[in-house]
Design a protein around this ligand. Structure first.
Ligand SMILES: Nc1ncnc2c1ncn2[C@@H]1O[C@H](COP(=O)(O)OP(=O)(O)OP(=O)(O)O)[C@@H](O)[C@H]1O
Ligand SMILES: O=C(O)[C@@H](O)C(=O)CO
Length: 420
C-alpha cells in the first residue's frame, strides 16, 4: 500500500476512494479499497491505496484522536508512504474539533509541519479563496451549512475556525501563489513555520498543482479534491501502474434510507416521492418507541422492485424542534441505532442493493452490517461511487454525502448498483 487515507465519515471515505481510484487521465488512479473501521488483519497485497472509514467527525475529541491514531498505525504497517486525513469539503466540525485535534495528533505522530489544509472540491462547488470557504456562490455560513444538525458551520473563514480547534499555528497560502505553480507552492510550504497551512484552490487545476507540490509530504489534509493529484505522484515515479477501474454491481432487492437533512437530500426525496413509494419516519415516534424498525422493513419489503425510500430527513425547523425536545446527541444516537437496526434486518431479509444518504447515517448503517473491505466501482455522481462488499453474499452500496448528487440521484443509484 502506497497511499493511506483516514476518513472521518463513511460517505467521505467513499468520496475520496472514488477520486483516488479514478485519478486523472491519461495516467489513471490507484487500486483502491475502502475499509469500514480499522481492519484487524493485513490488507490484500495488490491494494495501492487504502481508505479507512471512521465515524470520528462528531464523536468526542479524545475518541476521534485515538481512533485516527489507530488507523494511522495500521496504514503505516501496510507500508503507506503518504497519509491523507479526509474531512468534509464543508469543513464539518465544531469550535472544539474534531479536525484540529485529529490533524494535530497526526502531525505530531508523523513529525509533519507545513501540513496542507484544503477542503476544496470544485466539482461539487466547494472552493477556497482568501482562506474563506464557498459553496457555489455562497460563503459557507450562508450555504445552508449554518443549519447542519450536528456541525453548524457559522464561520466561512477556515483559518479562524481551525485556529479555535488547535494550539498549533495556522498559516495561509493564497491563490496567487498557487497560480505561480508547483515550485512556488512547494517553496511556501517548505519555508513556513506553521503546522497547518490553509491553501486556496478554486479549480481542479489548482488541486493538481498543490498535489504535485506535496509529493514528499507525509501528511496531507483536506476534502476529496486534495487527492486529485496524488495518484500520479506514485504513477509517475513508477511505483504504481495506473488503475482504470471497472463496472461492478449486484442484482437483487433494493432499499433507500435517508437520514441526511441537507437541502440536496430533501430535494432528492421530494423528486423521488413523485414516482416511487416513500415513507417518512416520524422522529417523535422513533424517540418514544412507537415506530419500530420492523415497520420500515415491512414497508421496504412490500415495495420491492419499486425503489422504496424511507427517510427521517426534516427541515431545519423540524430538526430544531426535535433537538429542543430530546437533545441533539440523543436524537442523533437514537436515529443512528434505528437506521442500523433497519439495515441489519433488511440485509437479513435479502436486500442486496442499498443506498444511504448522509455520512452519520451511512456510518451507522454500514457499521451494523460488518462488511469488511469494499471494492470501489463506477461513479454514480461526483463523489459517490458504487461500492461492493466481498464474500459469497456481496452487497452493493451507494453512500451519498448529504449535499451530493443530482436531483434524480436515488433512481440513478439503484440502477447503477445493478450494473454489470
Ligand atoms: N428529522 C430529524 N430531526 C433531527 N435530527 C435528524 C432528523 N433526521 C436526521 N437527523 C440527524 O441528522 C444528522 C444528519 O447527519 P448525516 O451525516 O447523516 O447527514 P448529512 O450531514 O447531511 O450528510 P454528510 O455528513 O454526508 O454531509 C444525523 O445525526 C441524523 O440522525
Ligand atoms: O467532502 C465531502 O463533502 C463529503 O465527502 C463528505 O465528507 C460529506 O460528509
Amino acid at each position: 500500500m502506497l497511499l493511506g487515507v483516514i476518513a472521518d465519515d463513511f460517505t467521505g471515505a467513499s468520496d475520496i476512494a472514488n477520486t483516488i481510484s479514478k485519478g486523472v487521465a491519461p495516467a489513471g488512479g490507484l487500486r483502491t479499497a475502502q475499509f469500514l473501521g480499522v481492519p484487524k488483519g493485513a490488507a490484500a497485497v495488490d491494494i495501492e491505496a487504502g481508505v479507512v472509514a471512521l465515524k470520528s467527525r462528531t464523536v468526542p475529541v479524545e475518541e476521534a484522536v485515538s481512533d485516527s491514531l489507530r488507523a494511522l498505525k495500521w496504514l503505516l504497517a501496510q507500508g503507506c508512504q503518504q497519509i491523507v486525513f479526509k474531512y468534509c469539503s464543508t469543513f464539518d466540525s465544531t469550535r472544539i474539533g474534531n479536525i484540529g485535534p485529529v490533524g494535530e495528533a497526526l502531525a505530531v505522530a508523523l513529525g509533519a509541519k507545513g501540513v496542507v489544509v484544503c477542503p476544496a472540491f470544485p466539482g461539487a462547488g466547494r472552493t477556497i479563496y482568501m482562506g474563506h470557504l464557498f459553496v457555489q456562490d455562497r460563503l459557507l455560513n450562508e450555504s445552508g451549512m449554518q443549519n447542519h444538525p450536528l456541525t453548524p458551520m457559522t464561520d466561512p473563514d477556515i483559518r479562524r475556525w481551525l485556529a479555535l480547534q488547535t494550539k498549533a499555528t495556522v498559516g495561509h497560502i493564497g491563490l496567487a501563489t498557487v497560480r505561480k505553480g508547483m515550485t512556488a507552492v512547494s517553496h511556501a510550504l517548505a519555508t513556513t513555520d506553521d503546522t497547518f497551512v490553509i491553501v486556496d484552490a478554486t479549480s481542479d487545476e489548482d488541486l493538481i498543482t498543490i498535489g504535485s507540490a506535496i509529493t514528499d509530504h507525509k501528511l496531507v489534509t483536506g476534502g476529496s479534491g486534495i487527492a486529485i493529484g496524488l495518484p500520479n505522484n506514485f504513477i509517475s515515479r513508477g511505483l504504481a501502474s495506473g488503475n482504470f477501474g471497472g463496472q461492478v454491481g449486484v442484482a437483487g432487492p433494493e432499499a433507500i434510507l435517508a437520514g441526511s437533512c441537507s437541502g440536496a437530500t430533501r430535494g432528492q426525496i421530494d423528486l423521488h416521492k413523485e414516482n416511487h413509494p416513500t415513507l417518512a419516519i416520524d422522529v417523535d415516534k422513533v424517540m418514544s418507541g412507537a415506530t419500530k424498525s420492523d415497520d420500515i422493513v415491512e414497508f421496504i419489503k412490500l415495495n420491492n422492485g419499486k425503489a422504496p425510500l424511507a427517510y427521517s430527513s426534516g427541515t431545519p425547523d423540524e430538526v430544531c424542534q426535535m433537538q429542543a425536545k430530546y437533545g441533539r446527541e440523543e436524537v442523533a444516537a437514537k436515529l443512528d441505532d434505528f437506521f442500523a437496526d433497519v439495515a441489519r434486518k433488511l440485509v437479513q431479509s435479502g436486500v442486496k442493493r442499498l443506498v444511504v444518504a448522509g455520512g452519520e447515517t451511512s456510518g451507522a448503517v454500514v457499521s451494523a452490517l460488518d462488511l469488511g473491505a469494499l471494492t470501489i466501482g463506477q461513479e454514480i455522481d461526483p463523489g459517490v461511487p458504487v461500492l461492493v462488499s466481498h464474500g459469497d453474499q456481496p452487497i452493493a452500496l451507494a453512500l451519498k454525502s448529504g449535499n451530493f448528487g443530482s436531483p434524480d440521484f436515488f433512481t440513478k443509484a439503484i440502477e447503477r448498483l445493478n450494473a454489470k
